[in-house]
Design a protein around this ligand. Structure first.
Ligand code: SLL
Length: 146
């Protein structure tokens, strides 16, 4: 495939999780929190222009622990009782571009922020960058248009 020789394109992203305590321990399964793990562009652009899907690999204690999200928002909402590391595999619209993997440790207990409406929530989010080194010409054109 044709590649953009000597070119590098950088896409700022954010990934992480939010979590809210139930305020009690659920009798049926011991779960104590609802959480959402997400991956999105740092800028307000449409991620589906260059991201085809994101595969979230949850802890083995979850039924169907591999969750594939094929359209934005790229996120998974679940309930649970424990913190663990999620693997996020990012696939691009051009299949000649190799998928990349990011990891996020889901936090349930800290850090807590106070939202504008006064409620408290656990928010653990991180800035990162996807660096495309000599992307395919196809993807290069898309990336420079977003
Ligand atoms: C811990 N090493 O011990 C971690 C494991 C597992 C989290 C955390 C519930 C899963 C389910 C759940 O929260 N698992 O019941 O489906 O803290």
């Amino acid at each position: 495939v044709e590649r953009a020789k000597g070119k590098r394109v950088c896409k700022p992203i954010v990934y992480g999780n939010t979590a809210t305590p139930f305020g009690y321990k659920r009798e049926s399964d011991g779960h104590t929190h609802q959480w959402t793990v997400f991956l999105r562009p740092y800028h307000y652009e449409d991620p589906s222009l260059f991201i085809r899907k994101v595969q979230f690999k949850l802890h083995d204690s979850y039924a169907n622990s591999t969750r594939v999200i094929e359209r934005p928002p790229f996120e998974v909402t679940e309930t649970g009782w424990g913190e663990f590391e999620v693997q996020m595999r990012i696939y691009f619209v051009d299949n000649n571009e190799k998928p990349i993997t990011a990891f996020h440790y889901i936090r349930l207990f800290a850090p807590i922020v106070t939202l504008p409406n006064g409620t408290q929530q656990v928010v653990a989010e991180y800035y990162d960058e996807i660096v495309f080194q000599e992307p395919t010409m196809h993807l290069y054109k898309i990336l420079n248009d977003t």
